[in-house]
Design a protein around this ligand. Structure first.
Ligand SMILES: Nc1ncnc2c1ncn2[C@@H]1O[C@H](COP(=O)(O)OP(=O)(O)OP(=O)(O)O)[C@@H](O)[C@H]1O
Ligand SMILES: [Mg+2]
Length: 232
């Protein structure tokens, strides 16, 4: 495999709960290279979202090693983690996490605003806005750019969340069920977009129940009870 952009060894994550601890991840090893297109399959509750959150530096694993572009993340401080999240990683949450008060366009622009200092924003806003508009157009949402998330359908919100994850041209895209709310035709558009991104060198990791997406990924792994096995 080409040099991995992401390398995980023995990732473990346990959640406390009233009914006893839930072992969501029980020692996951995974390598993802630039240009890779990996699908993570598995039944509900098997730990897929937990794994994606750990890989995206959103949750810290309780044990194990994780390296992004050769740099260990387990010992990094919050500031470094947020820099990686804002520059190297694009994340699409299963439940989107759009800001309801902002328009679709503003939601897409948000990561670009967060990582630009207010002083530099006047110079940066033009190009960022053009890029956000182009992404919304690519998602077939030009006519919805001014709508706020509560005014959008589930599938439209999903596409806004994907556009937001792509605004900073991430080296690694992590998407939790990116076609979960889409009809076959819109889903096909997203699959083609993900394939194109992988061809251009982005490492693409999707969690999915979508069989078409699972087949089109370059490789698939299956999650079961917090453990990964190769092959669908
Ligand atoms: N914050 C939390 N607190 C306690 N338990 C949790 C928490 N988040 C997840 N879990 C538990 O961890 C396990 C794995 O959850 P996870 O969300 O990773 O599953 P999943 O494979 O993404 O499922 P789905 O396909 O339904 O999205 C589940 O048993 C879930 O109940
Ligand atoms: Mg999930």
């Amino acid at each position: 495999m080409a040099s991995p952009i992401l390398r995980a060894r023995g990732l473990a994550r346990t959640y406390p709960s009233g009914a006893g601890p839930v072992h969501a991840l029980r020692g996951v090893d995974l390598d993802v290279a630039s240009g890779d297109f990996l699908a993570i399959l598995g039944v509900s509750g098997s730990g897929k979202s937990t794994l994606l959150h750990c890989l995206g530096l959103i949750e810290r694993p309780d044990a194990g090693e994780l390296a992004l572009e050769g740099q260990t993340t387990s010992t990094a401080n919050e500031r470094q983690l947020s820099l990686w999240r804002n520059t190297r990683i694009g994340f699409v949450f299963q439940s989107f996490h759009l800001v309801p008060e902002l328009s679709a366009l503003e939601n897409v622009l948000l990561p670009a605003m967060i990582r630009t200092s207010p002083l530099a924003w006047p110079g940066a806003s033009g190009p960022a806005r053009s890029r956000a508009e182009a992404l919304l157009e690519r998602m077939g949402l030009s006519q919805r750019a001014g709508h706020r998330p509560p005014q959008l359908s589930g599938g439209e919100r999903q596409r806004v969340a994907l556009a937001r994850a792509l605004i900073h041209q991430p080296a690694l895209l992590l998407a939790d069920e990116p076609t979960g709310n889409l009809d076959t035709e819109s889903g096909e558009g997203i699959i083609r977009l993900l394939e194109g991104m992988a061809r251009e060198g982005t490492a693409v990791v999707v969690v999915t129940h979508n069989e078409a997406l699972g087949r089109r990924a370059r490789r698939a792994v299956r999650m079961k009870d917090g453990l990964l096995s190769e092959g669908a």
